[in-house]
Write a protein that binds this ligand. Structure first.
Ligand SMILES: [Zn+2]
Length: 58
């Protein structure tokens, strides 16, 4: 599961099965409402913001 992008109303997230959904708030974990996959929020945000920093570095 990864955070696709930041939206005004929350975060657009894509799970491992390719389901797109919007999380209005990020709790300790994020759950896909379609297949029930869960992920730890800090893992998602670390990857998301790390990717942004890497992009700026390029
Ligand atoms: Zn899913």
């Amino acid at each position: 599961m990864v955070i696709e992008r930041r939206l005004a109303q929350g975060y657009e997230i894509v799970c491992s099965s390719g389901h797109h959904f919007v999380a209005r708030r990020l709790g300790p974990t994020v759950e896909c409402p379609i297949c029930g996959e869960t992920a730890v929020t800090t893992d998602l945000t670390t990857a998301f913001f790390g990717r942004q920093v890497a992009a700026v570095g390029d």
